[in-house]
Design a binder for this molecule. Structure first.
Ligand code: SIN
Ligand code: FE2
Length: 205
């Protein structure tokens, strides 16, 4: 079951509580190997989210710009593999929107939001081919998701994303401006210390 906000598909509660807990446990191990770090946006301002990645490529941004790297910027190690449970969600939801249904994401960005973190309105456009969709998974505290059109000035609509929700930006939605205005601290007890995790799966090459 999905609902639409602008051209974006949202699958409310796609992941049940047991699946969410299993995924969090898996991420905990993954973040030991690839610790969270901070990126900065153009101009050098630090982002309020902390991030890491899994897959062949990880998204990093620093004063040299935003790009995909095959290694963690602090440890120098290759990123850990994308968990099978995440690939299963991609297969279930993104497959109908893939021109090659077997194609899997080669990057899974892990964004960690504390109570004051946000994500400014942006397009995802550091990938090589915008024909592939972007899929994201929300875990933990609720987040106010804002979606517009393909121009920054287009009218936007907002929706609260909850733990277990999955968002798909495919086709006309792939280059929509989107962002997170704020999270609602304490709205979920999935994560022992609160906060929100968003996993964003992308095809980079
Ligand atoms: C993003 O667009 O990079 C993150 C979206 C989210 O946190 O839900
Ligand atoms: Fe994004």
């Amino acid at each position: 079951m999905s609902i639409m906000i602008k051209y974006v598909h949202v699958y409310p509660g796609h992941l049940g509580l047991a699946a969410q807990l299993a995924l969090v446990a898996e991420l905990r191990g993954l973040l030991v190997a690839a610790p969270l770090f901070r990126s900065s946006i153009a101009g050098g301002k630090q982002m309020s989210v902390r991030m890491s990645s899994a897959g062949r490529f990880g998204w990093v941004s620093d004063p040299r710009g935003a790009r995909y790297e095959t290694r963690h910027p602090a440890t120098g190690a290759p990123w850990p593999a994308i968990p099978d449970s995440v690939l299963a969600i991609w297969r279930a939801i993104a497959a109908p929107h893939l021109r090659d249904p077997a194609r899997l994401p080669d990057s899974c960005l892990i964004n960690w939001y504390d109570a004051s973190a946000r994500m400014g309105l942006h397009q995802d456009r550091d990938e090589g081919d915008f024909g592939w969709p972007v899929l994201s998974i929300s875990l933990g505290d609720e987040a106010l998701f804002r979606v517009g059109g393909t121009a920054r000035s287009d009218r936007t609509e907002s929706l609260w994303l909850r733990s277990g929700d999955v968002v798909l930006m495919a086709g006309a939605a792939r280059l929509c401006f989107h962002g997170i205005d704020r999270i609602r601290p304490g709205s979920s007890n999935l994560l022992p210390r609160g906060g929100r995790i968003n996993l964003t799966c992308r095809v980079v090459t």
